[in-house]
Write a protein that binds this ligand. Structure first.
Ligand code: HOZ
Length: 432
């Protein structure tokens, strides 16, 4: 058993001053039992907690640390920028550099606006789509999570699903009425909703690969069908690539899967670990944003010089490594293959999903293609598995409804460790 006295003490103190002791709900470990670990430092593929325990980790700050922790290029870019003050609230050269780089890596983006988080990016994108089309409704998919903006806390995934509040109190009835929801991968349901709300749907927003109900892949033809429908109906197609952007390919899921949205929202990797988000898309849509257009959006810390330095260093690293995405795919493939072999050896029929450097082990024997099927998982068993893995030095996302992320810092030793721990943990959980 792990010795976690320091973390326990810190959590006790934290609960006095912070709601639930955490600044983001899933971190509280409520879905898996036990108390959260307080992290002190991280390097490469490992995080170290306040008690000095080290773990191979598959969270990677929920996505951003694709190159592993404390990457020297990103660290030194930040250190260099710090010497010139932390914030100006005025334009800088780095903002031009990063915007140029983003538009070259993601061809569907002609222009991009930097914000401070993925939540801000999706909220702003929805407003822009409404302003641009003059329509009110947004269509989203159950189990997809687009941050905690009011319009998106309807049938939401991630922490909202984990905490059992997919439709959060505090969201007004009016807002809820403006959000339509369909099951992921169900093109016919989308067509029906669009027909029933003819000329009133401003945008369809989705994670092209869902990462907030576990990792759920789009079925063949689903994204293409949405693309066609949006083109035919004058609807803005928004890909929320906060998780998949710069992770599945330099140009994100849209590059890997070959479907271009009208707008894209970004976050996580784009900040290299700093709080950054962005939304971008076709020129004529983006030129509707203030000060060029009438749709208002602003931010004191938008384009913050330290955050831009981290993001720029990260994107330059990704852009300059032609083998990176294949390497990540190989590493993830080895982990998933190992897990599948373990399942077979143990006579278990659980489902795995995998794309690029994202994967998931679902504690269900059903094929998982939407939120309904994801919810067939035995979450109590997942909780036991999570703790069994932790005791073996592997730190997973503390919820069944999150994707796992592989970083390039994982090597043979860590991959073998994960696969071995998976075998022993499954055996323990199943009492085999
Ligand atoms: N909603 C985030 C993952 N999908 C979790 C954020 C966090 O707790 O840091």
């Amino acid at each position: 058993m792990l010795k976690t006295d320091q973390s326990q003490q810190l959590f006790q103190d934290a609960q006095e001053y912070i709601p639930g002791g955490v600044n983001s709900p899933v971190r509280a470990f409520k879905a898996v039992g036990g108390n959260p670990l307080f992290i002190k430092s991280a390097k490469g593929a490992y995080v170290e907690d306040a008690d000095g325990n080290r773990y191979v980790e598959l969270i990677n700050s929920w996505g951003p640390m694709i190159l592993g922790h404390a990457n020297p290029h990103i660290q030194s870019a930040v250190q260099e920028a710090i010497g010139n003050s932390l914030s100006f609230g005025a334009p800088t050269e780095r903002e031009v550099d990063i915007a140029r780089l983003i538009t070259s890596m993601v061809p569907s983006i002609d222009k991009v606006r930097m914000v401070n988080s993925g939540t801000e990016a999706t909220m702003s994108a929805a407003r822009l789509a409404r302003g641009y089309t003059g329509r009110e409704k947004i269509l989203k998919f159950s189990g997809c999570y687009h941050g905690h903006g009011d319009s998106f806390l309807i049938a939401a995934g991630s922490g909202a699903a984990t905490m059992g509040v997919p439709d959060s109190p505090g969201v007004t009835k009016g807002t809820a009425l403006d959000t339509l929801t369909a099951p992921f991968n169900d093109l016919e349901a989308v067509k029906e909703l669009v027909k029933a709300n003819k000329d009133n749907v401003a945008a369809i927003i989705l994670e092209p690969v869902a990462g907030n109900m576990g990792c759920v892949l789009p079925k063949e033809g689903f994204l293409e069908g949405l693309r066609q429908l949006c083109t035919d109906e004058g609807i803005v197609l928004i890909f929320d690539e906060v998780m998949t952007g710069f992770r599945l390919a330099p140009g994100g899921a849209q590059e890997l899967l070959g479907v271009e949205p009208d707008m894209t929202t970004l976050g996580k990797i784009i900040g290299g670990g700093m709080p950054v988000g962005a939304y971008g898309g076709r020129k004529e849509i983006m030129e509707f944003v203030s000060p060029m257009g009438p749709v208002y959006q602003a931010g004191t810390l938008s384009g913050n010089p330290i955050a831009m330095s981290a993001g720029l260093a990260m994107l330059n690293q990704l852009n300059g490594d032609s083998d990176l995405y294949e390497r990540l795919e190989r590493k993830t493939g080895r982990i998933v293959k190992g897990i599948r072999e373990n399942l077979q050896k143990l006579g278990l029929n659980y489902t795995t999903t995998h794309i690029g450097s994202m994967f998931c082990l679902f504690f269900t024997d059903q094929e998982v293609h939407n939120f309904e099927t994801a919810k067939t998982c035995d979450t109590a068993k997942f909780g036991k598995y999570f703790r069994a893995m932790l005791n073996r030095g592997i730190y997973l996302a503390p919820s069944q409804f999150e994707a796992l992320f592989v970083s390039d810092a994982l090597d043979d030793i860590e991959i073998e460790k994960i696969v071995r721990a998976n075998y022993e943990s499954l055996k323990e959980v199943e009492g085999l």
